[in-house]
Design a protein around this ligand. Structure first.
Ligand SMILES: NC(=O)c1ccc[n+]([C@@H]2O[C@H](COP(=O)([O-])OP(=O)(O)OC[C@H]3O[C@@H](n4cnc5c(N)ncnc54)[C@H](O)[C@@H]3O)[C@@H](O)[C@H]2O)c1
Ligand SMILES: [Zn+2]
Length: 387
């Protein structure tokens, strides 16, 4: 018998909003954004770092939700955020417990306000309870607003590996509320701009030139400059996901992971004392220098990139690069195999051909990487960053 084949496309809507002060009593953003059948419940999760920074937030949210017609507020839960919430299943379990206890169903919503790590953990809980509850992300750090918050992934760490457990799930909406962004400590807010630099390097030369022209303003965290960088970066990330042809990462190529093979390994080698943003700064520097030393990228472009990192006070070298395995090998190189395993398939690392344009490669020469790390170490030693 002749078979019948059907390839049916399923589409998603990725709602992204940029705003301020979502929970002001006269704000209509959530009322306009969320649909209700008259019985939709709302359960809010807040990262404790945000709750500490905005002590009246819980009360304001409570007052706001109580005035939303057609919705029933099921309260606000505050949990510890940061990488520690991804390192064991306690946060996840507590979130499932709360979802079950509040009777949250598939017409209800979970609102999650926090940094990238907390959004990852609660996003995983939301994606798995009832096979997926409508999830509204409120990223509160620079890195989560300019990158991870607009993505479609969640997860926690397991077996000593980052994001080993998790899912791809398009959130119901992402609300980038700049009020939260400006509460993040300055050093971390500035470091989070590394993902904007990264996406500019792989996707948009004009954006990189804009970052160069505005680097001092960005370094000083000038409100409008910072917000413009965050918005442009978020939209570049989201556009890549939506239109890059591989929203759920089934292929090998991962341009948005430029500099990340070393970054993820360094985070793990430091037991996550090194933040994702700072690790990506070093990883981007390493793959930039490697792109230059392999003759892909011209020296002047490489120097321009390193200069921007420096103005943003991002280190280009870290002692974690020197860690050795029991066999005397540089431990960071194990990151290449782990990167391959995490992505599946063939090792694929993006290098730069020019600013704004990358090229996938499938092998990395560890002798040359050694040379690049040594180059970065001496450059770092000769021009230290002054905070
Ligand atoms: N899902 C994805 O696609 C994706 C992509 C990139 C990164 N990530 C993940 O994101 C995480 C890093 O996220 P991050 O850089 O946002 O940091 P983070 O979530 O680790 O937060 C850092 C600290 O800042 C606090 N904090 C958060 N917002 C604050 C605010 N507005 N004011 C004061 N304190 C605040 C948190 O409580 C935490 O202590 C990593 O786990 C990384 O793996 C996920
Ligand atoms: Zn990243």
């Amino acid at each position: 018998m002749q078979g019948k084949d059907f390839d049916i496309r399923i589409s998603h809507t990725h709602r992204i909003r940029f705003t301020r002060d979502t929970f002001a009593i006269d704000s209509r953003l959530l009322i306009d954004l969320l649909e209700t059948n008259g019985h939709a419940k709302l359960l809010v999760f807040i990262d404790s770092g945000v709750a500490d920074e905005f002590p009246d937030l819980k009360t304001r949210i409570g007052a706001y939700l109580d005035r939303m017609p057609g919705f029933h507020s099921k309260g606000v839960i505050i949990q510890t955020g940061g990488e520690s919430c991804k390192r064991n299943a306690n946060t996840l379990q507590a979130a499932w417990d709360a979802i079950e206890e509040a009777g949250i169903d598939r017409h209800s919503y979970i609102l999650c306000i926090g940094g990238g790590a907390y959004l990852d953990a609660i996003g995983f809980a939301a994606a798995t309870a009832h096979r997926g509850i409508r999830f509204v992300r409120f990223p509160t750090t620079c890195l989560s607003q300019d990158d991870s918050g607009v993505g479609v992934k969640n997860g926690i760490n397991a077996y000593g590996k980052k994001n080993f457990l998790g899912t791809f799930a398009v959130p119901y909406a992402v609300v980038n509320d700049f009020t939260f962004l400006h509460g993040q400590p300055e050093t971390e807010r500035r470091a989070g701009l590394v993902e904007a630099v990264k996406v500019a390097l792989v996707k948009d030369a004009a954006f990189f030139h804009w970052i160069e022209d505005n680097a001092e303003g960005l370094s000083k965290l000038r409100t409008h400059t910072l917000e413009e960088a965050v918005e442009r970066s978020a939209l570049l990330h989201a556009s890549h996901i939506a239109y890059g042809g591989d929203a759920f990462e089934t292929g090998n190529s991962r341009p948005l992971d430029f500099g990340h093979w070393a970054a993820h390994k360094m985070e793990q080698l430091t037991d996550f004392a090194l933040s994702h943003a700072d690790a990506v700064g070093v990883g981007v520097a390493l793959d930039t220098v490697y792109s230059w030393k392999t003759g892909r990228l011209d020296e002047a472009s490489a120097m321009r990139i390193l200069k921007v990192l420096k103005i943003l006070k991002l280190e280009i070298w870290h002692p974690a690069l020197e860690h050795k395995t029991a066999h005397g090998k540089r431990a960071v190189f194990l990151g290449l195999e782990e990167f391959r395993e995490h992505l599946g398939g063939e090792l694929t690392v993006l290098l730069l051909k020019e600013i704004g344009k990358g090229e996938d490669v499938h092998t990395m020469d560890t002798n040359l990487l050694e040379e690049c790390i040594n180059w970065l170490e001496s450059s770092h030693a000769s021009t230290p960053i002054v905070n």
